[in-house]
Write a protein that binds this ligand. Structure first.
Ligand code: NDP
Length: 599
């Protein structure tokens, strides 16, 4: 098919995407958001615990402390147990395991990536989720099941927030301080803080002036709304509700708010791309037919497809993998004329993306009755500029007479008053404001972690990383012996984040096991090995810069300023498949290249 046969004009789409991006780019980038601290700290109180657990401060010594009880911490704990390590303590600020699934219990919360791929350790726990995309409560339950299966509840400290940690070089121990007055010592520490766990608020005037009820989606207030994660928010009968933000979270909870509130205003700055969800219960015959190794095979198949590597079969076959399907159809259509050079594939990929997004825009047009609302709900950017969303009720919600989309044409809301939200110069009076404004991503690592780490030379991680992250493989950093970081920074990005966490957990457990088995006191990356990895990350980051630069702002592209993010703070530009291979080859070498071991 030639450009003239296409049912859309690529040049016109490129120009439209650019214009929509340009009107949203703001000089203040990440600075536009408010840190949830000080006057705003109520927004992060835990609404899910009955009472604060009393216990005495601890000053004991543990072999491995894992900070964070989400999938990262659980996977690290599981792999450490597999390696035969018994003395482990998980520290978690929530009241139980689950991490993001502990906090995000908003109505409609569910897995966005197929659950057979997304939920970790399914084969190990002999479990198959009940739906293709399971609801949040089941994911939280699975997190608890992992904790129980690997005995990670033993010695765990919940409702405990790390406030700082420092390396004691004489004792070769980390001293971990917490908000409970603990001064715990540990030989090794794994930081599995989670990348999206510090809620953020829009930096606009008036949030503290507002006299109605308000909360962030990651601390859903069911005491106020009534109902539960399944919806039926009876407390909202007779209430006018405003929700700010239309990202992946809002897309899942808006249908429930729309169903229950007397009036719902959805304040939109940029529409999300809403593809078909098509959720369905798990077929028991299929579940019974699964052969050992099925989950790894499925995870790898999915990851390859969403990384742009065609596969003989698409095991997941959903909206995530569909774009690759469209690319393959395009290449097949072109037959022998297909240009399979990297530039040729990139050009075909762009056309496949246009085709996909035209389909998404048509879907909004077909489902939403009011033409202006339908138009405002159309996303004008490439599919992976923002987190793609999948939902079968979100768009329909705007056909309810009680639901209004307040589109701000890229500007966002103006301010908040005592009585409501001002957008496009109009005040909307509401009884409750729900902030679906997401989580901190581009801020300093320590600010996001919520604590500072002081290394062997008395420098903090923030000081060391002032000009950008410095690690080997995103996992270990010079001056910070026996410390392991689980995060996407300088590591391979995966659509299904637990896949990356699983690979990092295996890697970390390998190093710790090796150190313990060989009576090693400390493991520290050598400066040369670290510098080489940083350079590799910088070199590879150039590949994705033009794409990110063309995207509408969001946390994927540092709020429209990808060039301002230190190139070395990006994920590994060679992609997750290459990154996983690098880790596997490094382990296969057996000599822990680049690490200095001290006895
Ligand atoms: P996002 O950061 O994706 O969305 C925040 C929203 O708030 C955006 O729509 C943003 O608009 C909007 N916003 C910010 N400031 C303003 C303002 N001043 N005025 C109006 N609107 C504003 O957060 P989410 O919580 O939705 O999602 C975060 C991530 O969590 C997802 O990307 C995904 O990775 C994960 N997630 C996963 C799910 C799953 O697997 N089940 C479900 C939900 C979330 P703009 O786009 O213009 O910046």
């Amino acid at each position: 098919m030639t450009a003239t046969d296409l049912p859309f004009d690529p040049d016109a789409l490129r120009a439209k995407y650019r214009a929509e991006r340009d009107k949203r780019v703001r000089l203040d980038g990440n600075e536009q958001y408010l840190e949830v601290a000080g006057d705003y700290s109520d927004f992060v109180d835990d609404p899910y615990i009955e009472s604060v657990l009393e216990r005495s401060p601890l000053d004991d010594d543990t072999e491995v402390i894992v900070i964070g009880g989400g999938f990262g911490g659980l996977l690290a704990g599981a792999r450490l147990r597999d390696a035969g390590i018994s003395d482990i303590r998980l520290i978690e600020k929530g009241g139980d395991f689950g991490g993001t699934w502990y906090w995000n219990r908003y109505p409609g919360a569910m897995c966005d990536v197929e659950s057979y791929v997304y939920l970790p350790l399914l084969e190990e726990l002999d479990y198959v989720p009940t739906e293709k995309y399971v609801h949040a409560a089941e994911i939280l339950e699975h997190s608890r099941a992992i904790g129980a299966h690997y005995d990670l509840y033993d010695n765990a400290c919940f409702q405990t927030e790390v406030t700082g940690m420092r390396w004691d070089d004489d004792e070769a121990r980390w001293i971990v301080s917490t908000n409970r007055g603990d001064e715990m010592r540990a030989k090794f520490v794994v930081m599995a803080n989670g990348p999206l766990h510090r809620p953020k608020l829009p930096g606009i005037d008036g949030i503290t002036d507002y006299t109605g009820h308000t909360f962030h989606t990651s601390r859903w207030d069911y005491h106020y709304t009534g109902g539960g994660p399944h919806g039926d928010l009876t407390g909202l009968r007779g209430k006018r509700v405003g929700i700010i933000g239309t990202g992946a979270t809002a897309v899942q909870c808006v249908p429930h708010l729309g169903e229950s509130a007397d009036e719902l205003y959805v304040f939109q700055r940029t529409p999300s791309s809403i593809d078909v969800r098509n959720n369905r219960p798990t077929d028991p015959d299929w579940a019974a037919s699964l052969e050992p190794g099925w989950q790894t095979e499925r995870m790898q198949n999915f990851n390859a497809l969403v990384s742009g590597q065609p596969q003989p079969v698409d095991l997941v076959d959903d909206g995530w993998t569909d774009i690759i399907g469209k690319l393959l159809v395009r290449i097949q259509r072109e037959g022998a004329d297909a240009d399979l050079s990297p530039e040729g594939i990139a050009a075909s990929m762009e056309l496949a993306d246009f085709e996909k997004m035209e389909e998404i825009r048509r879907r909004a047009q077909e489902i939403v009755d009011d033409p202006d609302t339908a138009e405002a709900l159309k996303p004008w950017y490439r599919q992976f500029c923002k987190r793609p969303c999948f939902h079968d009720d979100y768009l329909d919600t705007f056909n309810r007479p009680s639901v209004s989309l307040v589109d701000t044409d890229g500007r966002g809301i103006d301010r908040i008053t005592a009585g409501g939200v001002v957008a496009n110069g109009v005040e909307y009076e509401v009884d409750c404001i729900v902030f679906a404004t997401g989580f901190e991503v581009g801020t300093d690592y320590s600010r996001r972690a919520g604590y500072e780490v002081t290394g062997r030379l008395g420098r903090t991680l923030t000081e060391k990383w002032a000009d950008g992250m410095e690690t080997l493989h995103g996992i270990v950093s010079h001056e910070f012996p026996n410390l392991f970081i689980m995060s996407p920074g300088q590591a391979g990005f995966t659509v299904s984040f637990p896949h990356l966490l699983g690979e990092q957990a295996t890697h970390i457990a390998y190093i710790i096991d090796h150190a313990l088995a060989n009576d090693v006191d400390s493991v520290e990356v050598e400066p040369d090995a670290e510098a080489a990895w940083v350079q590799q990350v910088i070199d590879k980051s150039r590949v994705s810069l033009p794409f990110l630069e063309s995207c509408t702002p969001g946390y994927y592209n540092n709020e429209g300023q990808p060039e301002k993010r230190a190139a070395q703070n990006s994920t590994y530009g060679g992609g997750s498949i290459e990154y996983f291979q690098i880790l596997a080859d490094w382990r296969a070498d057996g000599s822990l290249p680049g690490l200095q071991l001290t006895r």
